[in-house]
Design a protein around this ligand. Structure first.
Ligand code: ADP
Ligand code: MG
Length: 315
């Protein structure tokens, strides 16, 4: 049909590209992939590297507490109640996991003077005590010594768990480990993308040990861990400086600037509104295999564009 159109129409040259792109966009929609314009297809065709956000993109983003280890003589019930109480103030997925665990044991005390530091942790006054929950960098910034417990933490992190410290009045009172489940088909998607010759990178604010353990499980070789929320876009920029054409797949929590900075922002359907607005490709079904489909479609479409142009010229 396109051949006949091209031959009979004086505008063949002008139609070669848009007809193919429109068909490509339509086909993508059938798979539940929304493309914001034909440009997204042309960009997808050129992608050499794909960066994935970890939490909420590769994983479901709903961690659960797997280990709660009180240290320094405090009872488990008290440590958990203090830890969960301060996390009530935070909207972070890790915080929600801790709160849920704490509520299983009963009412939580109130938190006052609550403060959250993005990518590090939270702090507040609970029952007259100064409680802080967060990663090693956060404890260091508060001047709390963690050396004694680093080994326990590392062991948990090597099991692909996200482990954080809870401190009370300047001393560590507990170690909390949480695990998040990988999304179904995340691994299949990575394998397929690697087969297509794409470089896969994981970007996360989580610590390097946990990140490496998860990356290994899923087959990702390059990991950029402990990236603060504000630095994610900078990381993409650096990858681009290496001469790469980078697609960023994210859910919008902490990573919208990175989605915007990348050559092609891909938002997962379960993501936030801001991700859906920033991304040029939206995966409605929240299935990471659709990243593969989108790239395959772009390849087929661009090939069709060249084919159309050839026939237009040739005729
Ligand atoms: P991600 O990139 O995985 O979404 P974030 O940048 O939001 O991670 O957070 C990075 C790290 O900061 C977490 O892995 C955790 O160690 C710590 N952190 C952040 N917020 C909290 C919180 N509310 N409670 C405990 N730890 C936190
Ligand atoms: Mg995320």
């Amino acid at each position: 049909m396109i051949a006949v159109l091209v031959i009979s129409c004086p505008c063949a040259m002008g139609l070669a590209t848009p007809t193919a792109l429109i068909v490509g966009i339509g086909r993508a929609a059938k798979f539940g992939i929304i493309l914001k314009g034909g440009e997204a297809l042309e960009k997808a065709y050129k992608i050499t590297s794909i960066a994935f956000d970890k939490t909420g993109t590769l994983t479901i983003g709903k961690p659960v507490v797997t280990d709660f280890i009180p240290v320094g003589g405090i009872s488990e019930a008290e440590a958990l109640s203090l830890t969960a109480a301060v996390e009530v103030g935070s909207e972070h997925p890790l915080a929600r996991a801790v709160v849920e665990k704490g509520r299983e044991r009963g009412e939580l005390p109130e938190v006052k003077d609550f403060k959250a530091v993005a990518g590090l942790g939270v702090q507040g006054m609970v029952s007259g005590k100064n409680v802080a929950v967060g990663n090693a960098a956060f404890m260091k910034s508060l001047g709390i010594s963690i050396e004694e417990h680093a080994e326990v933490l590392e062991k948990l992190q090597n099991q692909a768990k996200t482990a954080v410290y809870a401190a009370c009045d300047g001393k560590i009172m507990a170690i909390v480990a949480m695990a998040d489940t990988l999304k179904p088909f995340a691994k299949e998607a990575i394998i397929a993308l690697k087969k297509m010759g794409k470089e896969i990178i994981m970007i996360t604010g989580d610590n390097p040990k946990t990140a490496e353990a998860i990356a290994k499980e899923i087959g990702i070789d390059r990991v950029l861990a402990q990236v603060l929320p504000g630095e994610k876009a900078e990381v993409i920029k650096n990858l681009q400086k290496e001469g790469k054409n980078v697609a960023m797949v994210g859910d919008g929590i902490n990573d919208s600037p990175a989605l915007a900075q990348s050559n092609l922002g891909i938002a997962v359907g379960s993501g936030t509104d801001v991700a859906v607005q920033t991304g040029e490709v939206i995966l409605v079904k929240d299935d990471l295999r659709d990243v593969v489909t989108a790239i395959q479609l772009s390849q087929k479409t661009i090939r069709k564009v060249w084919q159309n142009l050839f026939w237009a010229f040739f005729y």
